[in-house]
Design a protein around this ligand. Structure first.
Ligand code: AMP
Length: 281
C-alpha cells in the first residue's frame, strides 16, 4: 500500500492511475478502523481497479472539543489492517493540507436534511462534514464514493451535496456491520467500559422492535414504546429517537404517507455518544 501525506504527491499518483483507465473507489474515514470500515474498503476493492482510503480526524465536524481530543487514534494498527485488506493508497493528511489558508467551501442548501437528529443535537456538525467531504472529493476525484448507512443522515446529506454540485461521482450506501450481539461497530466502542459494553446492544434490539412494531402500530405508538424502552435502561441517556422519511429526513405523522421510513437514535452510555439506525421499511 502506498501512503501519501500531501495533496500534491497524491494527485500526481492519481493522475497516472486515471491515465491508465483505472476506476477509483474512495473511502473517507477518521481512522480507528474496525470491520465496519473494512467492509466499505472490501466493497470498493471488488468494484474498482484502485481503492483510496483517507484517514483524517476532521476538527471542523466536532462541536465538542473533548470529543475531538478523545477520538481514538490507532494509526499503526490502521495501516496494518488496510494493507491486509488490499487497499492501494492511504491518504493521511495534516490539517493544513486539507484546509490551506485560502481554502473556501461553497455553501450548500440541504433543505432541512441537516436540521433534525444529528443536526439538532450537534450544531455545526454537518457543515463540517460537508466541508471535509467536499474538499476530499476535490482532491481525490474518485469514480465512486463509499459511505456507511451507520451514518444515515450523513450519507443522505452527501447525496444531496453531490446533486447540488451536479457531480458525476457515484455514491454507494454500505450496510451497517454489527458485532455478534448486534451492537453497530463504531470507533467509539473501544472506549466503552465492560459493563456498558454489555448494555449497548439494547440500542439495536430496540430499533429491531420498532421495525416489527411499525407493521401494526402507528408512528406515535412506535416512538412512545422505543423512547420508553430506552429511558427504562438506567445507564442510557437518550439524546433522540426519531422516525423520519428516508428521503426528506423530516418527521412523519402518518406512516402511509411515506414510501420509506428510517428510525434513527443517539444515546449516551458511560459518557460516550452512540448512534444507530434501522430502515423500517
Ligand atoms: P468514520 O471513521 O466514523 O467517519 O466512518 C467512516 C465511514 O465508515 C463512514 O462512511 C461510516 O458511515 C462508515 N462506518 C462506520 N461504522 C460502520 C459500520 N459499523 N458499518 C458500516 N460502515 C460503517
Amino acid at each position: 500500500m502506498l501512503l501519501f501525506k500531501t495533496v500534491a504527491d497524491l494527485q500526481i499518483h492519481i493522475a497516472q492511475q486515471k491515465q491508465n483507465g483505472r476506476t477509483i473507489g474512495f473511502v473517507p474515514t477518521m481512522g480507528a478502523l474496525h470491520q465496519g470500515h473494512l467492509s466499505l474498503m472490501k466493497q470498493s476493492i471488488n468494484e474498482n481497479t484502485a481503492t483510496i482510503c483517507s484517514i483524517f480526524v476532521n476538527p471542523t465536524q466536532f462541536n465538542d472539543a473533548e470529543d475531538l481530543q478523545k477520538y481514538p487514534r490507532t494509526i499503526e494498527k490502521d495501516i496494518e489492517l488496510l494493507t491486509q485488506v488490499g487497499v492501494d493508497i492511504l491518504f493521511l493528511p495534516e490539517v493544513n493540507e486539507v484546509y490551506p489558508d485560502n481554502w473556501q467551501t461553497p455553501s450548500f442548501d440541504f433543505q432541512g436534511l441537516d436540521e433534525l437528529m444529528e443536526g439538532e443535537h450537534r450544531p455545526g456538525h454537518f457543515s463540517g462534514v460537508a466541508e471535509v467531504v467536499y474538499r476530499l472529493l476535490d482532491i481525490v476525484q474518485p469514480t465512486t464514493l463509499y459511505m456507511g448507512q451507520k451514518d444515515y443522515q450523513q450519507w443522505r446529506i452527501i447525496q444531496s451535496m453531490l446533486t447540488q454540485l451536479s457531480s458525476d461521482i457515484r455514491l454507494k450506501r454500505c450496510v451497517i456491520e454489527r458485532e455478534i450481539d448486534g451492537l453497530a461497530m463504531s470507533s467509539r466502542n473501544v472506549r466503552l467500559p465492560e459493563e456498558a459494553r454489555m448494555i449497548a446492544p439494547n440500542i439495536n434490539k430496540i430499533l429491531e422492535l420498532a421495525r416489527q412494531e411499525i407493521i401494526t402500530l402507528t408512528i406515535q405508538e412506535v416512538l412512545l414504546n422505543a423512547r420508553k424502552r430506552l429511558n427504562e435502561i438506567a445507564e442510557f441517556t437518550l439524546d433522540y429517537f426519531e422516525i423520519v422519511d428516508a428521503q426528506s429526513l423530516q418527521r412523519v405523522e402518518n406512516k402511509d404517507k411515506s414510501e420509506s421510513l428510517v428510525a434513527c437514535t443517539a444515546v449516551y452510555l458511560a459518557n460516550i455518544r452512540l448512534i444507530d439506525n434501522i430502515i423500517l421499511r
